[in-house]
Ligand binder design. Sequence first.
Ligand SMILES: *Cc1c(COP(=O)(O)O)cnc(C)c1O
Length: 405
Amino acid sequence: MILHGQSIDGIQAIIDQVAQVCQSSERMHPIRVVNCSGILIHTNLGRSPLSESVWDAVKEANCRYTNLEFNLSTGKRGNRADISSDLLHHMTGSEDAIVVNNNAAALFLLLAAVAKGKRVLVSRGELVQIGGGFRIHEIMQQSGAELVEVGTTNITTVSDYVNALDENTAMVLKVHRSNFSIHGFTNEASVDELAKAIGRRAILAVDQGSGAHDNSVPGEISTRTLFKQGADIITFSGDKLIGSVQIGCICGKTKIVKQLAKHPLYRVLRPGKTVLSIFEHTLIDRLNTIPSVPGSFFKRSMNELREMGNSIISITGNEQLALVESPMAFGGGSDPEGEYPSVAIKIDSLHNPHQILKMLRDRPIPIIAIIIDSKVHLHLAAVFDDEITIIASAIRDVLKDLACI
Ligand SMILES: *Cc1c(COP(=O)(O)O)cnc(C)c1O
């Protein structure tokens, strides 16, 4: 300020200013927040939290040297991808697998390695955009594959694909509609039907997105089912329903996976030891049927959630709070239509709801709430048990501050 020619009223003003800058820069890097959005896998809030047991399990392998690329039985160079490939085989039924930095990278590598200069058929109803900037046609363009659109926005039939097949077609790509759905007069060709109709004339690939690997999420088709239906290769994220780190999996036919592993882009896109170790430990948990964090939240009963809400309200002791039913969703491109019963705390205040949201965000541990019908709601679907007191004291302080305004 002084450099900019402004005057300062005394030393305290300078100290206050410096403190404010330090405080806000402290909040620039990822810090913990409380997710009261009602969305279990919120991309803006880092998608899935890791299980603490996984975090603890990987500490030693990360803070010391590790056998990342060293085969302990032969004493020779090993392969960093072997363990995750084996675990993914058990989880999905795939022949082989390889992992890269995220699902966008997975699809990019797949297209670049097996479809560069060749045609890839995609339904016009599946030319999606996921989140900020993942657009199928742009990924395709960058990879050097030629996008061939088949069918229409609402109707795509098996014969639309079959009629477009020629000797220069490398792949038929199905893309999960992760964040929207189409209603009314619609048809899409299933993986089942496509596998039968295409045979060996092209690779049948599925960008499945969510990583659903069992039938616990109603709106998702699991990777195992897709393989049974005849998919050759499937890509998905590690930080959605699997509940692990950001990673992209490419599972399927060994011949294709080997081709990807040899491609120079794999070297560019492969994850590091920290990500791999966390991912592998998460997969072991999932294979042992230990649920992910979002998975365990999904399993909570309405009674458990009500109990949680009542304890927050009783600690706060404020009449402006009410426990209301409010649906939760998976989010993160999983089960886009699914809404499930859940519970929220409604703040019945006459103050500007946006101001209340901001005050909750300004807490030492920021709380991310939502507005429904002009009232602030703190949704409990994605709240950890140990966050009850954090939320209660935040609400109490915020309402006290508002009473003074
Ligand atoms: C989420 C999603 C992606 C993007 O995955 P990232 O891991 O964020 O790169 C791509 N395709 C589908 C269908 C998705 O659901």
